[in-house]
Design a protein around this ligand. Structure first.
Ligand code: CP
Length: 305
């Protein structure tokens, strides 16, 4: 099965059968990472450029590892070491990189729509690796892979997404994907960090974190996106942590088999206590492991055929 899209800019580029196909392909790719020799020749001769205008640990590294495990040539460019600091525009940067004939450009940018802007003018495949508060589709795919691997199916799964919903591209992509795959999503967080019409996205809003976690299969905590807030949206970090942090007491109201997820980076001790983060219900590092497999699958499906 081939993906219909040339680029992955948004979860909306995919239909449910394509999401299932990406997750199934990622399951095969995960096996490659468990071998002694973690390399297959699938993308030999292909060139991937990681173009990151914002900091990243997990996404940038996993795209690089994913490309290398598939034998692609991978080049990493960060804004601070590129000619962007001399005033070159995004489009000019993209067109100059395109002149070197890459097959795929992976873009992270603080502006919503930046990957689409490049996709509109460049012939290479483009993957959105996070654009402002808009979307982070590969994060939602790796989260879905992790939930499906642990719980067997996404259909009927109950997921609570908690924290700074307004500024979270991870929340938006997860809501779109989980709705599409038949899961039920509720969100919780300070009212100042939850969009007013959030229920129009097909989720329920539950003001209390204790009520939100009570009957769900998965709790997905979010980082407070201080870099995207133009004003203070809660009085103090201590109050945020007290009312919306996930700690052992809050977790005691959840089901015994609940899973705790977080896209990272975690503000340890703010949105999540250290004992929960490092505890038996946390699958945060599994998400990171699965990020490589999902990105290998996407690279293969977009430029490998
Ligand atoms: N989850 C995520 O996007 O992490 P990074 O910012 O480290 O890439």
């Amino acid at each position: 099965m081939e993906l219909r899209c040339k680029n992955l800019l948004s979860i909306g580029d995919l239909v449910p059968t394509e999401i299932t196909h990406i997750l199934d392909t990622a399951a095969s790719m995960k096996e490659v990472s468990e071998r002694d020799i973690k390399k297959v020749p699938t993308l030999r001769g292909k060139t991937v450029i990681n173009l990151f205008f914002e900091p990243s640990t997990r996404t940038r590294t996993s795209f690089e590892i994913a490309g290398k495990r598939l034998s692609a040539d991978v080049v990493n460019i960060s804004a601070s070491s590129s000619s962007v600091v001399k005033g070159e525009t995004l489009r000019d940067t993209g067109e100059n990189l395109q002149a070197m004939h890459p097959d795929l450009i992976v873009v992270r940018h603080s502006c919503a729509g930046a990957p689409k802007m490049l996709a509109d003018v460049l012939p290479s495949a483009i993957i959105n690796a996070g654009d402002g508060a808009h979307e982070h589709p590969t994060q939602a795919l790796l989260d879905a892979f992790t939930m499906r691997e642990r719980k067997g199916s996404l259909a009927g799964l109950k997921v609570a997404i908690i924290g700074d919903i307004t500024h979270s591209r991870v929340a938006r992509s997860n809501i779109f994907l989980l709705n599409m795959m038949g899961a039920q999503v509720c969100v919780s967080g300070p009212q100042t960090m939850v969009p007013r019409f959030i229920e129009s996205l097909g989720v329920t809003f539950i003001p209390s974190i204790i009520d939100a976690v009570r009957d769900v299969d998965v709790i997905m905590m979010l980082r407070i996106q201080l870099e995207r807030q133009s004003q203070s949206l809660f009085p103090t970090i201590r109050e945020y942590s007290r009312f919306f942090g996930l700690n052992r007491t809050v977790l005691s109201h959840a089901r015994p088999d609940v899973l705790v997820m977080h896209p990272g980076p975690v503000n340890r001790g703010i949105e999540m206590s250290a004992d929960v983060m490092d505890g038996p219900k946390s699958i945060i590092l599994e998400q990171v492991t699965n990020g490589v497999a999902v990105r290998m699958a996407l690279m293969y499906l977009l430029i490998g055929k």
